[in-house]
Structures are given as C-alpha cells and as structure tokens.
Design a protein around this ligand. Sequence first.
Ligand SMILES: Cc1ncc(COP(=O)(O)O)c(C=O)c1O
Length: 366
Amino acid sequence: MSMEKYCSKAAKAGEVYYLAHIHDEWNNPEVRRLNANEILYPPCQEVRDAISAQLEHLNYYPEDASTDVELRSKLADYVGLPGKADWFTIGNGSMEVIDMLYKAFIDPGDEILIAMPEYSPYARRSKMFLAKAVDVMPIDDDFNYDVNAYQSKVTDKTKMIVVSRPNNPDGHIVSRELVEELCKNDCIVVVDEAYVEFSQDPIEDMLEAHPNMIITHTFSKAMGLAAVRLGFAIANPELIGFINQIRMPTNVNVLARAAAIALLDNPQYIAENTAKIIADRQFLYDAVKEMPGLRPIPSHSNFVMIDCKDCKHTATEINKYLREHNYATRLFANSRGLPGDRFFRITIGTHEDMVAVIDLMKEYLA
Ligand SMILES: Cc1ncc(COP(=O)(O)O)c(C=O)c1O
C-alpha cells in the first residue's frame, strides 16, 4: 500500500537535497575541499577551548535565543549595531534562518524574486511553500543586474525579494542603491550576506531606514565554523518577533553557541583569514585570466566561477581532472541560470591550494 496519501503538500512539492559533494569529501580526507565555499583554515585555539569547556554540560538544554542577550549582543557588536540585541535572531545555520523566513512571511501563491543563477535553497523553499520563485535575469555575461531586471518582475503578489550580496555561485555584488530601490516595494527584502566579509561592503547601516529589510549571515564562511551550524537574521524587532514566533526553541546547540562567542571575542582570526582569502582570490583570478579559453567571473566572495565557453575542454572535463588530482571544485553544468557545460566554481583555499590548482589547470590545458 502506498503511503503517499499521508504526504503533505509541502513534502510532495519538496525534494531531497542530496549533498553528494559533501559526502565525497568526508569519505576521502585526502581531497582538498574547494567546492562548498568553506574556508580551509582550521578553527582558532579559543574556539576549540570553548567547545571543550562545554563538554561538561551536554546533559543540559542550551540557552534559547529569546533570553540569550549575550550572544545577540556580541553579534550586534560584530556587525556594527551595538546595543541592538533585539534586532537579532539565530538559526541552525543560515539555511535554517532561510527556512524560518519562509515560515514567517510566505503564504501559498506569493511570489519571491531571486537573481539567477541562484543559491538553490531559496527556489526550493519557494516550491515547498507553494509559492512561486520568479527568476531575475542578469544583464551581461559578468552576472550584473540593474534595478529594472528586478523591478520589471515585481507584481502585486511579490512578497519577498532575495538579494544575495555577494551572490553564490557567481560572486557578483549589487549596489547599495539597487537595494535601496528594492526596499521601496511593498514587500520583504532579504539581503543574504553569507559572504559579506569577502566583499567588505556590508549594508547593516541601511536597516534602520528600511523596516522591510532583513539581513542574513552565517558562521560557515569567513567565520570558519560550517560544521557547528550557526546563522543569524537581523531586522527591526517587529520582523524579528514574527520570525521568533515560528522558531523552534533551543534551535542552536550549546557547542555552536560557545564556539560563536569565543570567535566573536577573537575577531582578528576572522580578519586575518579574510585578508589571505581576498589576496588569493585575486591571485587565482589573474592566473585564470591568462589561461586559453577560460574567463573568470569577477568575484566579491571567497570563490571564483569560471566560464569555459571558449575552451577546448568542457567544465565537466576540467572539474574531473582536478578531482582526479584531489582538488574538489564545483561543477555547474546545465544548471538553472547556467546553460551548457560551461561553468565551474573554485573556492579559495590556502595559497598552496591555489598554486596547485593553477598548475594543474595549466597542465591540463597545455
Ligand atoms: C548565499 C548563501 N546563503 C546561505 C548559505 C548557507 O549557509 P549556512 O551554512 O549557514 O547554512 C550559503 C552556503 O553556501 C550561501 O551560499
């Protein structure tokens, strides 16, 4: 007997998010992980000590975000909004924060504008919440967007506009002025700042003037704590209140909280890694630019996407060659917004990783 009759509409509209690339890496420790935009620098000693100190308390529930002023205050200091702890809530990674945004603001039939190519959970969640993801298309080959690309898609059903700033997977960044214009619409504007440290162009200062704007952040990228799963949202306290109304209590565990506090107390660790990654992004970009047939896309993030359109090899072939030499990069062959077998993305690892990847690509293209 089929069990399908028990399946909710949301589950029917959903699909398993199969993370084969992450599985591959956990099972092949020799592989250098250049495909999920993690950083390749290990956690600082302060974070390790803070996690160890919590091992004594694993029998207790964690402090919940509703009462945890300490963590929210440190987050507020980190993003330059001191004293505004009530503008923050937290999630089990920013993926959970995204899920909470859909629960708090999206009803069936709503439309959500998302720039293509996209970070896929937004479109997936739109489908699952029986809403419609509306594609916003770039105006040139470097994945730039103008206000009209967005505004021409706004209807009276538009409930949310998502701006990943910088965007994953291409690394483009839209201007503050564009976000400012989008905020004039009668809808929620989500600015996903997962990679903001690498762009060094945060727009938290715009929040106060725009009560419909929400910024999301993650500890998985520049903060170097992808494994502990911690993300946060910033918005005016009324919107944060709606998110907290659907948030599960104690959704962030004791180890993540301790690691986050220790890291926020050591911002120089984040700054040092970020500076190295920005320098190595330029190093990779300059080298790829000289390779026959390859076009690196200008990036404001910790990765560079490469267009192989004019190359004698496909993106699949180059990606495969690198993987055979233990460098896992991310292939975007024939994916949404990225037609053809043209694109792959390299996360900026250590300087040695970048030297090795450049040498391998040169060798393969020769
Ligand atoms: C644009 C963007 N937002 C959010 C996330 C998710 O981050 P987290 O690990 O906090 O769930 C990612 C991860 O790759 C991302 O690229």
